[in-house]
Design a binder for this molecule. Sequence first.
Ligand SMILES: Nc1nc2c([nH]c(=O)n2[C@H]2C[C@H](O)[C@@H](COP(=O)(O)OP(=O)(O)OP(=O)(O)O)O2)c(=O)[nH]1
Length: 132
Amino acid sequence: MTERIVVGAALLDGDRLLAARRSAPEELAGRWELPGGKVEPGERPEAALVRELREELGVDAEVVERVPGTWPLRSPYVLQVWTARLKPGTAGPAPLQDHDALRWLTAGELWDVDWLDQDVPAVREASRHLLP
Ligand SMILES: Nc1nc2c([nH]c(=O)n2[C@H]2C[C@H](O)[C@@H](COP(=O)(O)OP(=O)(O)OP(=O)(O)O)O2)c(=O)[nH]1
């Protein structure tokens, strides 16, 4: 089956990374992830990321760069991650859709939340590139 990409944002504010707690589906609820979602057919991953961040968090964000790596999720999905930042003047993120809590994590707090198992290597890689 063709791989389908789920894009995740390593959304940064200075040296803090945004983590989002899923509210659904039941088997993922309560676990933390990088906000994002499925890339639609014909859509560029970077465009999907901006769209998902607007829908889920109500923010206007810009994509900065790809975090190297592709992490398997439930087939046929794979996770790819881009760094992103908020555009100047945009509202702060709010858990509008799919999430019931948000946390800005410093490097020292990165492992204080219960990340989805499949996000752990992606967050580790993102932190290497982003956080001092
Ligand atoms: N957004 C996101 N999804 C992840 C991560 N890790 C992970 O396993 N997933 C899974 C959860 C979901 O099964 C799938 C992404 O689905 P989603 O529900 O966020 O995507 P979507 O907004 O496009 O939702 P929909 O079209 O199904 O309504 O990937 C992650 O870090 N971010």
